[in-house]
Ligand binder design. Structure first.
Ligand SMILES: [Zn+2]
Length: 246
């Protein structure tokens, strides 16, 4: 193996020990992003879970080409401003939504929430967006989500559809993202969310929290029922005077 590859990469890899093994965090990588027509430069990091815990990163690099990583998804984080030391930081834990984020589906408000939370972070000056790749359909995966959509077209609400396929309504887990957050920042954060479960997961981890910012909007005839279910069935916090809806 080319030893130069390791020398280029090793200062950009961080080992985070977890209960199950390790998270290898790589970055920061300069990432200019088109955000509502403006170019904004983020610092991008990506992480990989691994059973093996080692600071010999060559061992990890050696495994990559045979690990079939494209068949699995990795999560990542877009940081903005002085995320490590800035006094006030806004963070968003965004669950992947293939249909909403990529295609711009109006059946949910995920695409809107993704772009809008990035904008809120940039306007605030410091923050990070965690993009959680194993959270599709609240943790049921894309194929099951397609089936859940068919059930929804036949009278089931989002909670009933997930449960009808044998899943719990919401199996999302925030442990890895919170471990990465703690590796990047120890000062307080304000969480952008309407979901009390996300706030509670962060609180239980011992991460200092300075507040919560709601994120409602993009209500339409296509997602009205979905958003109402979030409030009625999943305990989402509705804000006075705004639309319904993470
Ligand atoms: Zn969505």
């Amino acid at each position: 193996m080319d030893s130069k590859v390791l020398s280029v990469l090793e200062n950009k890899i961080q080992l985070i020990k977890t209960d199950k093994g390790a998270i290898y965090l790589v970055g920061p990588i300069r990432l200019p992003v088109n955000l509502y027509g403006e170019t904004v430069v983020f610092q991008w990091y990506c992480w990989l879970n691994c059973d093996e815990v080692t600071e010999d990163y060559q061992r990890i690099i050696d495994k990559l080409s045979s690990s079939n990583l494209a068949e699995l998804q990795q999560s990542s984080v877009l940081a903005y401003g002085d995320f490590q030391y800035g006094d006030e930081a806004l963070i968003r834990m965004h669950s992947i939504c293939h249909t909403g984020d990529i295609f711009g589906s109006k059946r949910c408000d995920c695409g809107f929430q993704l772009k809008n939370s990035m904008k809120m972070i940039v306007e605030h000056g410091t923050g990070a967006l965690f993009y959680l790749a194993n959270h599709e359909g609240r943790g049921i995966g894309l194929f099951s989500k397609a089936m859940a959509y068919i059930l929804q077209e036949n009278g089931y609400d989002t909670v009933e559809a997930n449960e009808g396929l044998g899943f719990v309504d919401d199996s999302r887990n925030y442990e890895d993202a919170i471990s990465v957050l703690k590796a990047l920042r120890s000062k307080p954060v304000t969480l952008i969310t309407n979901n009390p479960k996300k706030l509670e997961a962060l609180r239980q981890s011992g991460m200092p929290i300075s507040g919560r910012r709601p994120l409602w909007g993009d209500i339409s005839e296509y997602n009205e029922q979905y958003l109402q279910t979030k409030v009625n069935r999943s305990g989402h916090l509705r804000e006075e005077g705004t639309c319904t809806n993470d």
